[in-house]
Ligand binder design. Sequence first.
Ligand code: PCA
Length: 196
Amino acid sequence: MTVLITGFEPFGDDMINPSYEAVRMLPDLIGEARIVRCRLPVVFGEAAEILKSEIETHRPQAVICVGLAGGRRAITPEVIAVNLKDARIPDNKGQQPRWVRIDPKGEDGLLSTLPVQAMVDRMQAKGIPAELSYSAGTFVCNEVFYQLMRSAKGSGIEAGFVHVPYSVGMKEGQPAMELEAIARGLRVCVETLSVI
Ligand code: PCA
């Protein structure tokens, strides 16, 4: 079976994005699962479109999108995507939607279908800082998460989003995790999937 894992390119004033750096460190095979990686642009609309076409190409049984949430202390599987774009900073193409719906006719919120609590429990059991998050924000990550859950609906694909902290050395005075620890945590998330 195939698990698609995505990370993001850098954005804002950061030179790297630990989400893709950690995804890159994952082995090609985790248990029975073949890992397909993809780096998404931090661009409203485009990132979700690329993700959709990757899903059509690879037909994965599970999709885990990973992004950076600077300031967090732990790896945080997201519980819910909200139907809202409200960008505090411009995306990498200068777009900055303020308080607009992702889908004017869509539901307000869509829940992850990943085993988020089990992921947190298993990461913690291995000494990796982890907790649930109930907000993926209102920037590009949340839009990708919302569109992912919309397209995965009824498809049987297990899908959701995981935010990770800054990696060590990125931002002075901010909480951070070693890139290796972030990658280990993501590996545990994959191992927790019920499809593998
Ligand atoms: N984090 C941003 C977008 C890309 C990323 O890694 C977010 O949380 O929306």
